[in-house]
Design a protein around this ligand. Structure first.
Ligand SMILES: Cc1cc2nc3c(=O)[nH]c(=O)nc-3n(C[C@H](O)[C@H](O)[C@H](O)COP(=O)(O)O)c2cc1C
Ligand code: SF4
Length: 516
């Protein structure tokens, strides 16, 4: 009897949309009908509006169905979906779906395709090729490869990863650390989670290579406390890697040893800031440290430490495997390679897209996102998390590129895009930015700790029509003070969303002008 291979995702987004119930319904129906099936729990492909997306392996390639609910399962069996036959929920050959076909998946090459904890699957899809190559190179050659790829940190600040690694490599110390920042606290972001749940070995491989490059033998993944599935999958993958000689003593019979641990984060936004993260990892309260010294010189327990975001580290294996030039050929200007973009908020189609830098917001919002979910006009988008500027419609043609965004006082950040339709009141969002800063501030410096609360009051006064002209000036002055006087980007960036909302949507603040 032929066994039919069926793929049902098990990542958090699919599970939250009922993937477990669909799995149980398909298993039960197959058993009742005596149809031989093998179910593989893959990761989500990132087309969230189609979850639960079920796939079937056929001679033509994998065929997708979605969104599948348990009640659809009997009719799918009636129509013999397990042979890839037509059904009202058929989406055709998965790789031909426009949302997937129009992407450049490098870091996410395996996401949704493989079983996340199958080492056999991982290696069959180019896994550990980067590490095997790195083991034949010197530390400096590995760092050079990363520098030449042009990779910049994907956690927000876009600092060149190669330069950071070079600093740690050059720092004289017996003990060094690799710390993966998996705190992923930005609004509308989930790309780190998707890598950790759907392709954990790629992060593990990236961290081993980082350790090899700079001479560190110990790594920590500082994981957002709200990610229990990611924690379970990472721990499972780490244990499999250890048992198979990829972690622990003498990796792949080399001289190199590397230990890796997952630590649950403290549940505070500021603990994603790298120095506050290190404090938290050391068991202290998450307060921001003064820089210098940089963590690359004095990081975890005072030792030279690479602190990198999940995506930065998960991109290392493909750079080592395919070479720096291959990676640097994607993108535009100084924004090299690809960025995982997360579409969220008021959009018809939300999910994950990996694209080379250079794609415009308009293409993302309309070609991929399908426009607003409500059918109304999209009024603004916030890019780069809660501290990112609000961009109005006339800026939607800005290409995603660190420098082009900087020219319009915006940030790309972690690639999270949250869309709002024209029913939104931008003054409420601006006020919320201050409130968020007041709640999440670590409290170490005055502009952020006090300024955020004063900011809320000033917005209230403007909205109440009290001395509007004077209070707009006060708000702008306060913004300047926070930008220039804050110790870290929490206070330093909070004025970005506020001032952009005020500049582009003055009417929402009760101001007469259409634009300042
Ligand atoms: C308030 C605040 C929160 C941050 N949260 C995160 C986070 O959740 N994840 C992350 O990777 N970087 C975060 N960062 C950026 C880190 O401080 C740091 O730049 C990053 O981890 C470096 O890694 P990369 O060079 O690979 O981007 C945050 C920064 C600030 C100021
Ligand atoms: S800006 Fe805010 S979060 Fe950053 S150090 Fe100052 S008080 Fe702490």
């Amino acid at each position: 009897m032929t066994t039919h291979k069926i793929y049902i995702p098990r990542d958090s987004s699919a599970l939250s949309l009922g993937a477990e119930e669909v799995f149980k319904a398909i298993k039960a129906e197959a058993s009742n009908r005596k149809i031989e099936i093998e179910i593989i729990r893959n990761g989500s492909r990132g087309l969230f509006w189609l979850e639960t997306m079920v796939e079937v392996e056929t001679a033509r390639g994998r065929v997708a169905y979605g969104p599948v609910n348990p009640s659809d399962v009997p009719s799918m069996f009636d129509e013999e979906f397990f042979l890839g036959k037509d059904h009202s929920l058929s989406l055709g050959i998965t790789s031909e779906i426009a949302w997937l076909k129009n992407q450049e998946r490098l870091t996410y090459a395996r996401v949704g395709i493989t079983d996340p904890v199958s080492l056999v699957d991982y290696e069959a899809h180019d896994g550990f090729k980067g590490l095997r190559k790195a083991l034949k190179l010197t530390n400096q050659e590995i760092v050079d490869e990363v520098t030449d790829s042009g990779l910049r940190g994907r956690g927000g600040a876009a600092f060149p990863t190669g330069i950071k690694w070079q600093t740690v490599l050059n720092a004289p110390s017996e003990k060094k650390y690799i710390v993966c920042n998996a705190d992923e606290g930005d609004s509308g972001t989930f790309s780190d989670r998707m890598i950790m749940e759907n392709d954990p070995f790629v992060l593990i491989e990236g961290m081993i290579i980082a350790g090899l490059a700079v001479g560190a033998d110990h790594g920590y993944i500082y994981l957002r406390s709200e990610y229990p599935h990611a924690q379970a999958i990472l721990n499972e993958a780490i244990s499999i890697a250890e048992k198979n000689g990829f972690l622990g003593q003498n990796i792949l019979d080399s001289e190199f040893s590397f230990k890796l641990e997952v630590t649950r984060a403290a549940g505070a936004y500021i603990c994603g800031e790298e120095t506050s993260l290190l404090e938290s990892l050391e068991g202290k309260r998450g307060l921001v440290r003064y820089k210098p010294p940089l963590p690359a010189i004095e990081g975890l327990y005072g030792k030279p430490t690479v602190v990198n975001n999940v995506i930065s580290l998960a991109t290392i294996p493909i750079i080592l495997d395919k070479g720096s030039k291959f990676y640097a050929d994607f993108g535009m200007g100084r924004s090299k390679g690809t960025l995982p973009i997360q579409l969220a908020g008021n959009l018809k189609q939300t999910g994950l897209i990996e694209k080379a830098f250079g794609i415009t917001l308009r293409e993302l919002l309309y070609d991929f996102g399908g426009g607003s979910a409500t059918g109304k006009n999209i009024k603004a988008v916030q890019v780069g998390g809660p501290l990112g500027a609000f961009l109005p419609e006339h800026q939607f043609d800005t290409p995603l590129d660190y420098e082009k965004f900087s020219e319009i006082n915006a940030v790309v950040g972690h690639g999270g895009i949250v869309a709002f339709d024209d029913s939104i009141d931008m003054s409420k969002l601006a006020r919320y930015s201050f409130e968020f800063c007041a709640i999440e501030s670590c409290g170490k410096c005055t502009p952020c700790r006090i300024g955020s609360t004063r900011g809320m009051e000033v917005i209230d006064k403007i909205k109440d029509g009290i001395d509007q002209e004077k209070n707009v000036e006060v708000l702008k002055d306060l913004g300047e003070t926070m930008v220039h006087g804050s110790l870290c980007a929490m206070g330093g960036m909070t004025p970005f969303p506020v001032i952009s909302a005020l500049n582009f949507f003055p009417k929402d603040f009760g101001l007469e002008k259409t634009e300042t």
